[in-house]
Design a protein around this ligand. Structure first.
Ligand SMILES: Cc1ncc(COP(=O)(O)OP(=O)(O)O)c(N)n1
Ligand SMILES: Cc1nc(C(=O)O)sc1CCOP(=O)(O)O
Length: 522
């Protein structure tokens, strides 16, 4: 039996809000798009469990959705359910298989790659991997996995037909991050999400289920794009960066920036100079509305004043398929920043991570290049191309590492960019303006792709070529700096900043294409 595991509802009668019956709640969830139902009754006696299973079966039949019973093979047999879900300490799969009809579905809970390997050899049809995030529905003793470990566990399913769902603390707000953040480099990914409270505790289970189903459907539709990344040539990239600037000017995207207090004004000015509109909003309360406006989002945590705003903004941006550019300023400087960066990268899916060598080193857990405050120390990575490629693969996003030479990777390709001027290093916030510029180009290309002005979908979560956007965003700043530095009125850093903003505003697509010093490394 072929099952669609996209949205796997595990029941939780105790969580249903007062005034809604179990049947109403379940039917609403089914109408909202639930594709599998598991009856989970932890305190009911056998008679009550049987009654609930029968009522569930009726509704599952009405909506043509398979019914799974948690733990109890006798109940599954009694109601002729489609299968059972077993825990690690429940009846072994091989014994259950003998007791159940030949085509019964058997799923098992797993928390490690080894448990998944054992489930595969025992003949499981699917695995429920969790807990992914904190949950109050069940007292969990196994470690919380987070999206990256989830992806590593999926390796055990490579070259098998065993399906997988993630479980534990999954909500519509983190569904996108969990789905996209756990895609393996081979393309192996989750088949669905298993959810209790986000649906059953909601006063509107239909809407709650629909939100989750939309996230899974979008993921499944765009997953194919991940494995069909474009191949680039130097000439095609040179043309694309110029074209990207043309799109910035044409669509003038709104660039929402949560950035640090040192650079807010000059980052807003750089956005305007590029031809886009900045909004520097930080309150969590306005993030949902702002995320509905197409464009780009920059999260720069240089002064870390609005962590909640950063979390909520990124999650809403993910839900609206808006690109999220993360600038982890000074992440290597304190353990608090390191923890916060991990928290943010678990809360949402970044589209581009942009940092200097010290920041990329800290995120990569490398000690080769370190940070002093917000600056890098050390002579640089011995193999910068591998550093950016590995981080891009681990975080499933584009990574841009800035310095005298800039490196950009989408996890497959790596380019080396050779533009820039030393005066950029003599003003504060030049790296932050690069983040702003990257967010501006990402916003423009995603808006253009959404409006079908441009057809280059190469990122699984955001339409538009975010690799090109990152290259163009970095190059616009470095090339404007080269032009500004040559002006006779520029005497030093004080006169350089206004000249740089002028040159950013005067930069043309032709000059950007012509001057970009790009080498495709792989
Ligand atoms: C889809 C799915 N995955 C995991 C579980 C947890 O099952 P188990 O380990 O048996 O724990 P209990 O549900 O019995 O508390 C599940 N039910 N469904
Ligand atoms: C039933 C269950 N099993 C888990 C596991 O990790 O095996 S977590 C969990 C509870 C999931 O509930 P919610 O969606 O409300 O967080």
């Amino acid at each position: 039996m072929e099952i669609d595991y996209s949205l796997y509802l595990v029941t939780g009668r105790n969580l249903i809000p007062d005034g809604i019956t179990y049947e109403d709640s379940l039917e609403q969830a089914l109408k909202g798009g639930v594709t599998v139902v598991q009856v989970r009754e932890k305190t009911a006696d056998t008679g009550e469990f049987l009654e609930v299973a029968r009522a569930t079966k009726k509704l599952c039949e009405k909506y043509k959705v398979p019914l799974i019973i948690n733990d109890r093979i006798d109940i599954a047999l009694a109601v002729e359910a489609d299968g059972v879900h077993l825990g690690q300490t429940d009846m072994p799969i091989k014994v259950a298989r003998k007791l159940l009809p030949a085509n019964a579905i058997i799923g098992i809970s797993c928390n490690t790659g080894e448990e998944v390997e054992k489930a595969v050899s025992a003949g499981a049809d699917y695995v429920g991997i969790g807990p992914v995030c904190a949950t109050s529905t069940k007292q969990v003793t196994s470690p919380l996995l987070g999206p990256r470990n989830l992806g590593d566990i999926l390796v055990a399913l490579e070259n098998t037909n065993v399906k997988s769902v993630a479980i534990g603390g999954i909500k519509s707000t983190n569904a996108t991050r969990i789905l996209f953040g756990s895609i393996m480099t081979s393309g192996k990914s989750l088949d669905g999400l298993a959810v209790v409270s986000d649906i059953v505790a909601s006063p509107e289970p239909l809407i709650a289920a629909k939100r989750l189903k939309d996230a899974v459907s979008y993921f499944k539709a765009s997953r194919t794009k991940f494995s069909s990344l474009d191949s680039y040539t130097t000439e095609s990239l040179k043309g694309s960066v110029g074209e990207a600037l043309r799109y910035v000017r044409e669509v003038s995207p709104l660039v929402h920036q949560i950035t640090n207090v040192v650079v807010t004004t000059q980052s807003a000015n750089a956005t305007i100079a590029l031809g886009a509109s900045p909004i520097m909003a930080t309150s969590p309360e306005e993030m949902e509305d702002l995320a509905r406006i197409p464009g780009g989002l920059l999260i720069n945590f240089g002064t870390l004043t609005s962590l909640e705003g950063m979390i909520v903004a990124g999650q809403h941006a993910n839900q609206n398929k808006k690109p999220v550019v993360f600038d982890p300023v000074g992440v290597g400087a304190t353990s608090f920043r390191k923890r916060t960066a991990a928290e943010l990268l678990n809360a949402w899916q970044a589209t581009v991570i942009k940092g200097n060598a010290g920041e990329i080193g800290a995120l990569s857990n490398s000690s080769e290049v370190q940070s002093k405050g917000v600056d890098s120390t050390g002579s640089g990575f011995t193999d910068p191309a591998s550093t950016v490629r590995s981080l891009a693969l681990r975080e499933r996003c584009v990574v841009g590492m800035t310095g005298a030479v800039d490196w950009v990777s989408d996890g497959k390709h790596v380019v080396r960019l050779g533009n820039g001027h030393p005066l950029l290093g003599e003003i504060t916030g030049s790296g932050c303006m690069v983040g702003t510029s990257v967010a501006t180009f990402c916003g423009a290309l995603s808006v253009a792709a959404g409006a079908e002005l441009k057809e280059v979908p190469s990122n699984p979560l955001v339409d538009g070529d975010m690799f090109v956007a990152a290259i163009a965003g970095i190059s616009a700043v470095t090339i404007a700096s080269e032009i500004a530095a040559l002006r006779p009125d520029v005497q030093g850093p004080g006169t350089f900043l206004p000249a740089f903003i002028d040159e950013l505003s005067k930069l043309t697509p032709e000059v950007l294409s012509e001057k970009v010093n790009i080498e495709i490394v792989s």
